[in-house]
Design a protein around this ligand. Structure first.
Ligand SMILES: Cc1cc2nc3c(=O)[nH]c(=O)nc-3n(C[C@H](O)[C@H](O)[C@H](O)COP(=O)(O)O)c2cc1C
Length: 435
């Protein structure tokens, strides 16, 4: 499976390059974290690199447990921030995140459509069912994954119908006759479903010149079924190439089975990049960034994700597949838990090795610790193997990683014919399809 297509590449605006201890570097700019300019700078540089989109994930709770040493999940509202970036960029897609578990669909439809107008067709919606935050929304616990995805499907359908309920072409602005809009073209949606009751129409016309891309994050059985039915791309955690290939093969076959074209659903894994001019410096960067992750925190993570309590185990004891208890009934993310279990089953790591794994100390994203050339080589290999349609870059460890990615990795991918040299369209949807 050799793809002839170009990659779709997004850039995280979530400051992953300040995570762990990286915020302590003198040039981190951490003091500016809650200003627009901090993010605008990255978005403008990503636009100079001709990337498809700038991405803001989001969560609706504060992890006070980590605040003593790191930023936790404190952040500006992603859609407001993208709206302020919209006026000072002109091409790059602006992907915001909104939860289908906590927000009402009418509000999300309006916010994302507003972003689409403000950016002239560059808005995208990252659909999340969310991992945490129920306490902030009157819910004693997170709804089950099945319920969250059933709700997400109904929610997304409502949002799309609301977008169509007030088409731009209904606007007439006929000064002579006095006809402002053609009321026959504006329709309520009269939705009365399992989770929502929404009359419509939306109180904002649709920016008809650009379809808003839908990205979905979450890759459990229910998540994949949902993504394959509706999403233009899935934002995925795939720590190894086989996991990405499995996911992409599976999603493409689900899309075909559902009557969609298999190319309609793109697999875009997060790619964590600890980059430096030499491999040794990159390794050091990775080690320094994660130097303060405590053993206890890693043990807690393994317990929460797999149900395996390793606190009394000797460091050199190997963990076999048979040591894994049945998956805990409640986990924050089945995607992440399944990936970790899969890795233990495959690699049978020792306790010490497991506690050092990126899936445990950081994230389950695809990880490159090395030079820009190492990153280019790995990306090319994954693309050639048909494991990805693109990726979302999460530079880590330093602002230097951001620069090396944008200024060296991306141009090298263009030289290899794996990425565009220039924008051809002006909407997010155009960029996704410019392959
Ligand atoms: C790669 C990835 C990124 C995610 N990003 C977010 C996010 O920004 N905000 C959020 O609330 N949830 C996020 N989630 C959580 C998912 O929306 C989902 O609620 C969770 O993964 C559970 O679904 P699953 O069982 O299909 O994994 C993300 C999940 C994955 C796998």
């Amino acid at each position: 499976m050799t793809p002839t297509k170009k990659l779709n590449i997004g850039m995280s605006l979530a400051p992953t390059w300040l995570s762990g201890d990286a915020w302590r570097r003198p040039d981190s700019g951490v003091e500016n974290l809650f200003t627009c300019d901090f993010y605008l700078d990255i978005a403008q540089r990503a636009e100079e690199a001709k990337l498809d989109f700038a991405f803001l994930p989001d969560s609706l709770f504060l992890n006070t447990g980590v605040l003593e040493t790191a930023a936790g999940f404190a952040s500006l509202d992603p859609t407001l921030l993208q709206a302020s970036i919209a006026g000072r960029t002109s091409k790059i897609g602006l992907l915001s995140t909104a939860s289908t578990t906590f927000f009402p669909p009418y509000i999300v439809a309006r916010q994302i459509q507003s972003l689409n107008w403000l950016s002239k067709g560059r808005a995208g919606w990252n659909i999340v069912t969310a991992l945490d935050g129920n306490d902030n929304f009157g819910l004693s616990e997170m709804p089950s994954p099945e319920e969250r995805y059933a709700r997400a499907a109904e929610f997304t359908d409502i949002v799309r119908r609301l977008w169509q309920s007030f088409p731009q072409e209904s606007l007439q602005f006929d000064r002579t006759s006095g006809l402002y809009a053609d009321p026959a073209k504006i329709k309520s949606i009269d939705h009365d479903g399992t989770y929502f009751k929404v009359k419509g129409p939306l109180n904002l016309p649709c920016y008809d010149k650009a379809r808003i891309p839908l990205i979905q994050a979450g890759a459990s059985e229910a998540g994949r079924a949902f993504a394959a039915s509706v999403a233009d791309a899935i934002f995925a955690s795939t720590p190894d190439r086989a996991a990405a290939l499995d996911l992409r093969t599976d999603l493409r076959s689900r899309a075909r089975a559902g009557g969609r074209n298999e190319d309609d659903i793109r697999v875009l894994p997060g790619l964590s990049l600890f980059l430096a001019p030499t491999a040794a410096e990159a390794k050091e960067l990775y080690a320094e960034t994660n130097a303060r992750v405590s053993r206890q925190r890693s043990l807690d993570t393994v317990l929460e994700m797999t149900g395996l309590d390793l606190s009394d185990w000797p460091a050199d004891r190997k963990i076999a597949a048979t040591d894994l208890p049945a998956p805990p009934e409640k986990v924050r993310s089945r995607t992440h838990s399944d990936l970790l279990r899969r890795m233990i089953e495959r690699d049978e790591p020792s306790v010490e090795e497991l506690l050092k794994r990126p899936e445990v100390i950081g994230s389950a994203h695809w990880l490159v610790v090395g030079t820009p050339a190492d990153a280019v080589g790995t990306i090319r290999d994954w693309a050639k193997a048909g494991a990805i349609d693109g990726f979302v870059a999460f530079p880590g460890g330093s602002v230097g990683s951001v620069s090396l990615f944008l200024e060296q990795v991306v141009p090298a991918l263009s030289d290899l014919g794996l990425f565009r040299e220039n924008y051809r369209g002006s909407t997010f949807f155009d960029h996704l399809n410019d392959r």
